[in-house]
Write a protein that binds this ligand. Structure first.
Ligand SMILES: Cc1cc2nc3c(=O)[nH]c(=O)nc-3n(C[C@H](O)[C@H](O)[C@H](O)COP(=O)(O)OP(=O)(O)OC[C@H]3O[C@@H](n4cnc5c(N)ncnc54)[C@H](O)[C@@H]3O)c2cc1C
Ligand code: FES
Length: 257
């Protein structure tokens, strides 16, 4: 059930270039706050900016009393968010959207995570959950440059992890798709549209693969249609609201323009 919650900021620290790690305290129901779902944060105390900002859940601890959100402070709302201090209250609507389907993942399944930039966070929570169920996790995480890299060590604790950077000063020089092979049972990806399109093109027909889209949103609850994306499946609705039918979709089910 979607709720408006007042959480407390526990910490809010810079961990890479413009990337902050926000830790929130509350009583999060682990059966509701599943990997892939998102929260809609009110960044300002007043009315400007009016629109909330959608953020992925990067992690929730096993006792359900701490949530981690990683965000890039680049625009008006997220820069205000970066000014929050320990003890401040933070208003969120949550949990929103649908989670990553995981029922096909069995103990021993080979799971490939492909993340790009600020699309990496939801894959961490998912990886942690699937690792705990006995899956083998491999992560390929792409960033623009060394200064942008985050959560490499955290992913390394869960499995084989590769970093790519465009400038090549850290990790493999190039794109995440350079390192993609077909040795996996299920793939999950989140990142910029151009990256997801490149991943789509490399997923063979018949392979299980899901993407999470970071579309522009306004209401976040299905009412305004700001976030619609065109379906590629003639048997489904022509347009899907990313905030309610998504943000997670089968990899080839949405026409990424
Ligand atoms: C489901 C989902 C999960 C996301 N998870 C994360 C995350 O974990 N960490 C993170 O840093 N970012 C995440 N994003 C992207 C993030 O919501 C935007 O970067 C953020 O809204 C930009 O706000 P701003 O104040 O920095 O920018 P501004 O330029 O001030 O935003 C202006 C308006 O445009 C919208 N907007 C701008 N860029 C985007 C974008 N790329 N996606 C959606 N709306 C946008 C904002 O919502 C706002 O209404 C996610 C987006 C979605 C849809
Ligand atoms: S953001 Fe309003 S319908 Fe999706």
């Amino acid at each position: 059930m979607i709720q408006q919650i007042q959480t407390k900021v526990k910490s809010n620290e810079l961990i890479a270039d413009k990337i902050y790690k926000l830790v929130l305290s509350d009583d999060f129901d682990l059966n509701q706050f599943l990997p892939g779902k998102f929260i809609h944060i009110k960044c300002a105390d007043g009315l400007d900016p009016l629109l909330r900002r959608p953020m992925s859940i990067c992690n929730i601890n096993d006792s359900g009393d701490e949530m981690v959100v990683l965000y890039r402070a680049d625009g008006k709302g997220t820069k205000l968010l970066s000014q929050k201090n320990p003890g401040d209250e933070l208003d969120m609507l949550a949990p929103l959207g649908v989670e990553f389907p995981t029922e096909q993942v069995k103990a021993g399944s080979k799971v490939l995570m492909i993340g790009g930039g600020i699309g990496v966070p939801p894959l961490y929570y998912l990886s942690r959950k699937l690792k705990a169920q006995g899956a083998q996790i491999k992560a390929i995480l792409g960033f623009n440059a060394a200064k942008d890299v985050f959560y490499e060590d955290e992913f390394k604790e869960l499995g084989e992890t590769y970093i790519t950077t465009i400038d090549g000063r850290y990790g493999h020089q190039g794109l995440v798709t350079d390192l993609m092979d077909e040795d996996y049972d299920i793939l999950y990806t989140c990142g910029p549209t151009a990256m997801i399109k490149a991943v789509q093109a490399k997923v063979p027909e018949g392979k299980l693969a899901y993407m999470s889209l970071e579309e522009r949103m306004a209401c976040g609850i299905g009412a305004c249609l700001a976030c619609v994306s065109k379906s590629t499946d003639p048997n489904c609705k022509s347009y899907n609201r990313v905030c309610t039918e998504g943000p997670v979709f089968p990899i080839n089910s949405i026409d990424l323009l």
